[in-house]
Design a protein. Structure first.
Length: 104
């Protein structure tokens, strides 16, 4: 499955700016959810789900975490072998890039 083309479709969600997609599992496999700020309609996050419905990849376009100096967009991948709360990992490419351009 390519990261841009989710064979199960794309769905939009709207919510507050300082939030994100909470669903780590989807009943619909191979989908992508795009999360938008409910007020500005600005894209905040994208999440891709695999064939088992588990989250596999995130791209953060903006968020309100004041404790970190983030570059946007940046990517995260999911490792379900890690303990709960440590499964969403920061992507670092071979040259320390924060976004995987081959994923879209």
């Amino acid at each position: 499955m390519g990261m841009c083309k989710s064979s199960g479709g794309k769905f939009d969600m709207f919510g507050p700016y300082r939030s994100n997609i909470h669903e780590r599992w989807s009943e619909k496999p191979n989908i992508r959810i795009d999360y938008y700020d409910e007020k500005t309609k600005k894209l905040l996050q994208q999440r891709w789900y695999g064939p088992d419905g588990l989250a596999i990849w995130d791209r953060d376009w903006a968020h309100g975490n004041a404790h970190h100096n983030h570059t946007f967009p940046h990517d995260h991948y999911w490792d379900w072998t890690k303990p709960p709360g440590k499964q969403r990992l920061e992507y670092k490419g071979p040259n320390n890039e924060k976004i995987n351009l081959s994923k879209c």
